[in-house]
Design a protein around this ligand. Structure first.
Ligand code: ADP
Length: 629
């Protein structure tokens, strides 16, 4: 578990399991040690160095802004002394005093304008570089997500990944301006300001600075506490996001079961938790601000008192006292900002750790260094004694010693009870997972020895879950071949028997589908998914229960239209409906990951085993259905 801050504000009710799942295998641990933090900050800084010219300009602007800011008290002091000189009319002549006053005012104005310009350049530079590294990291993060294997995505909740890709990335982005450049600014302001004051008048200088250590300490501890609370709040927000995400995705189930009150209560508990932490944040911030303001006014009072006495004694001018008071006013803001600096550094190291933990993950499945491009000649697929366990130490094996061969032009049917491992076979072929034992070959080449891209181009799987993107029907069908012309899209749609339905839509193939478009039925979605695959060349075609929501007659028409494709490939049909696979050259009956029976339809019926029993039940159902019709 990753959280130093996890216990702040109470444990999240009901959210532990989700978080534990989210962190498993993400490489984030509870160690926020200095060495680790420094390494992470250095890694972020190295990212920034990529833009070294911009960094140099921003740092230069920051230093210039500090220098001009430090000039302001001096010019103000001079102006005050000149003004007093004119008022008293006894130290300098009026004309000289007016000229000096005018000069001091001009210098003050000039210093203020230049300070403003350089501060603008410092802020712009910091923000711009921050956004540039955010762009780089965002892209790297997204690329990494594309490369990570299914076993990773099985474990880690989408909401958690989105939080890392958005909020944690933001923490790293802000480090440039609020961390690094502010550090340069504060070192200059506090360092040079302190030096000037202490060398000018050690006593008053010390008094002016008396509030600095206290406010810096107060602000830093408050910020660290705020950061811990912020982290805890992020966790709760992540949980809230997950609950809302699941609620919206499963909205039909929620409504069907009348579970709205339960869902609201679940959200309320998580929301309540988040509010308690937000409340604590407000209290911490308000308390620390009051304490810091008090300390600052105490220091100002001391300077005014001691300095005032010196002015009365004639040991210093009012202008010099003004310099001290203005310095305190100027220093107030940056000293308070020390807390922001500490916060920014702490936040960047935490956020960076969480972000880099994902970026540093090695995909469990990747190309072998000597991987060749698969060029299927015959397209013979072979499973040789394949066994498989999903990535969970306690889970039982899902496939045991499964062997079969499918040649080009031939069809293998796979049937078996739910959970028997049918889809797992479909998942192993394109290397979504690798077998725990045994080999899978295409034309006698083990699939681990070929590039994943070429493997997935050769083996096309129409999945059970026919996910459609929020775009037009045309784009969904041509997803695997964006250069396909209209005729190819329409040909694929006709093979999948979806062209008739598309013809009834006013915008035809340009109709938007998905969340913000036309809602399609389960069967229509499955047909679009079949069309998406029918567009593409393949050596091996796998249909993973991909016609479950399509009626038997349409399914028969799809099969017959697909023959022009399947004649040139090895085909695997996974279905619980025996009508879909009874004409297969070989059928295997799978149970608990083992092949229980195998043969063609007739021989399986003759065996009188599980397949024959299932066929008898389904035949009766068919007779019943026909009778009803
Ligand atoms: P079928 O397609 O025959 O219904 P599956 O191949 O989907 O069966 O699943 C076989 C077994 O593997 C089931 O017990 C299922 O719970 C488990 N399983 C499936 N997918 C995963 C996964 N991603 N992680 C862990 N276990 C899984």
């Amino acid at each position: 578990m990753a959280e130093g801050a996890a216990d702040i504000g109470g444990r999240p009710k009901g959210a532990i399991t989700l978080r534990q799942q989210a962190y498993r295998g993400m490489g984030v641990d509870a160690d926020y040690g200095v060495a680790k933090d420094t390494a992470i900050l250095w890694r972020i800084t190295r990212l920034i160095f990529k833009y070294r010219l911009r960094v140099a300009l921003a740092v230069g602007a920051t230093i210039a802004a500090a220098i001009f800011q430090l000039m302001i008290p001096h010019f103000l002091g001079e102006a005050v002394d000149n003004a007093l000189g004119v008022l008293n009319n006894n130290t300098i002549t009026e004309a000289v005093a007016r000229e000096a006053l005018f000069k001091a005012a001009l210098l003050l104005l000039g210093a203020s304008i230049l300070r403003g310009i350089f501060t603008l350049a410092h802020n712009y530079g910091g923000e711009a570089i921050g956004h540039m590294i955010a762009y780089d990291l965002r892209l790297a993060f997204y690329k990494k997500l594309q490369s990570l294997s299914f076993s990773f995505h099985d474990r880690v909740h989408t909401g958690e990944l989105i939080t890392r890709g958005m909020l944690d990335l933001e923490g790293v982005r802000m480090f440039v301006n609020t961390g690094l450049l502010r550090l340069v600014l504060l070192i200059n302001l506090i360092g040079a300001g302190g030096y000037l004051l202490l060398t000018n008048d050690p006593l008053l200088g010390t008094l002016s600075f008396s509030f600095v250590p206290f406010v810096a300490w107060q602000s830093s501890t408050a910020r660290l506490r705020l950061r811990a609370l912020w982290l805890a709040l992020q966790e709760r927000m992540g949980t809230l996001g997950q609950i809302m995400d699941e609620n919206l995705t499963g909205i039909r189930v929620v409504r069907a079961f009348g579970a709205e009150p339960y869902e609201i209560a679940k959200y309320d508990v998580a929301s309540d938790d988040a509010m308690a932490i937000a409340d604590e944040r407000i209290k911490t911030r308000a308390a620390s601000t009051s304490v810091m303001t008090f300390a600052y006014f105490v220091a100002m009072g001391l300077v005014l008192w001691v300095g005032g006495l010196q002015v009365q004694e004639g040991a210093m001018t009012v202008g010099d006292l003004t310099v001290f008071l203005t310095f305190i006013t100027i220093l107030q803001q940056p000293v308070r900002q020390l807390g922001l600096l500490v916060n920014s550094i702490a936040r960047a190291s935490t956020c960076g750790a969480r972000l880099f933990a994902v970026l540093d993950l090695e995909p469990a499945i990747s190309d072998h260094p000597d991987a060749k491009v698969l060029k299927p000649s015959k397209g013979t697929v072979r499973f040789e004694n394949v066994s498989f366990t999903y990535d969970d130490e306690n889970a039982p094996p899902v496939l045991h010693d499964v062997s079969f061969t499918v040649e080009r032009g031939k069809t293998l049917g796979i049937v078996g009870p739910s959970g028997s491992g049918k889809s797992t076979i479909a998942n192993l072929l394109p290397r979504y997972y690798d077998p725990s034992a045994g080999r899978i070959t295409v034309d006698n080449v083990e699939i681990r020895e070929v590039t994943i891209t070429s493997l997935r181009q050769a083996i096309r799987v129409v999945q059970q879950d026919s996910f459609l993107f929020t775009t037009t029907l045309e784009n969904n069908i041509a997803y695997g071949d964006p250069w396909a012309d209209d005729a190819m899209v329409q040909g694929a749609a006709s093979t999948a028997q979806i062209d008739g339905f598309v013809g009834t839509l006013p915008e035809g193939y340009h109709t938007l589908v998905g969340e913000r478009g036309v809602s399609l039925s389960g069967g229509q979605k499955q047909r679009v998914a079949i069309a998406r695959t029918a567009m593409l060349e393949a050596a091996v075609l796998v249909f993973d229960d991909s016609t479950a929501a399509i009626d038997a007659e349409t399914e028969r028409r799809i099969r017959s239209a697909l023959t022009k494709h399947t004649a040139h490939c090895a085909t695997i049909i996974i279905s619980h409906r025996l009508g879909a696979l009874r004409h297969s050259d070989e059928i295997i009956f799978l149970e608990a990951g083992r092949i229980l029976e195998r043969g063609d339809h007739d021989s399986l019926i003759a065996q009188g085993g599980r397949y024959a029993a299932l066929f008898a039940i389904q035949s009766q159902d068919d007779v019943g259905e026909k009778a009803i019709q």
